[in-house]
Write a protein that binds this ligand. Sequence first.
Ligand code: GLU
Length: 428
Amino acid sequence: MTTTPTQQEAEPDDDLDSALVTARRQLERAATHVDVDPGVIERLKHPTKVQQVSVPLERDDGSVDVFTGYRAQHDDVRGPYKGGLRYHPEVSAEECTGLSMWMTWKCAVMDLPFGGGKGGISVDPKVLTEDETERLTRRFAEELRDVVGPTKDVPAPDMGTDAQTMAWFMDAYSMQQGETIPGVVTGKPPVVGGSYGREEAPGRSTAIAAREAVDYYDRDLSNTTVAVQGFGSVGANAARLLEDWGATVVAVSDVNGAIYDPGGLAVHEIPTHEEEPEAVLAQDAPETISNAAILELDVDVLIPAAVGNVITADNADAIAADIVVEGANGPTTFAADTILEERGVAVIPDILANAGGVTVSYFEWLQDINRRQWTLERVNTELEEHMLEAWADVREEVEEKDLAWRDAAYVVALSRIAEAKATRGLWP
Ligand code: GLU
């Protein structure tokens, strides 16, 4: 079934903001800084299509459950829809739509030839066995088969999904199409057309964004303290790279809480969530603090790399870091953003900071189409180049228009999207 794009308008109720409400409000705010046809802004408030599917699953005990899956396709003026699939109990049409809007901006900021998509299944992946996850994924791929494809819409991993999920998705799609089509999804294992460096890429770009921000504000990484909320792939890779580059990571957390050592943690020795789930509190550290307290630590750089809506109007005044680098998608609510801006806290937005994931997804898609794998060195070199170019484009808007980093990133993205829309025209 194809539902019509959700039409309800944003309610200014900060702490309960859905991704869609936040995304629309951010768009409206950014539109005031850029000379774009209001018709384009109006079109961008609505997704092109939101697909809703039922995904029946035979459980290991023989019983049957039916889950609801979605794929929101926001805008494809610059190329195929692109974005992750999440398995999480809070997945909904509205959440996928908001997240798909962020993907449109993210791809445009990075100047990738993609639009924005996002999807997933409303399910707690922790209650599924591996066999059940495989069956669910294969059936989901079949239900989405008509709307995805290398030139239409290219999913990728997101919360609750990983490289193996993408391999199953690719296999199910390919078997039905009658040929191996690795470019239907990205984030696959390298042995089936995945790219080296894809898994680490969002953490790597988050670290690059932190490094550039520290440099921009005339500081030195070797005198920089960092707190990282979330020790999954994004948080752990960002923490490890920043440590390698000379920063002192004083606190990290997972869903159970945080560990804190003012002298610095040996972050390479802490297993990531993927290596050993929920292992952070089992590490030796002088202090254990809560997941709320890690956000308020007196550090130079705070990296929220767990879930959305963690910096809100309730705690924005208590954020002691000077620089916030968004490793997660949507960790800062719209109201919190305003408070942080008034307080002079620089927020490097998700659509720039964690865009390494989709950038290396683009490299993977190119490798799949060309049937030619790149070396890890080439991937990391080209990622660094793309990040520095995007950073320079956004910095120019920050400086020229005296904007916050998020508004500047939106201006870069919106200008590119609006130009593409004006050039293609509205049909009929
Ligand atoms: N899910 C990731 C994101 O939010 C990656 C998307 C992709 O690689 O297509 O950026």
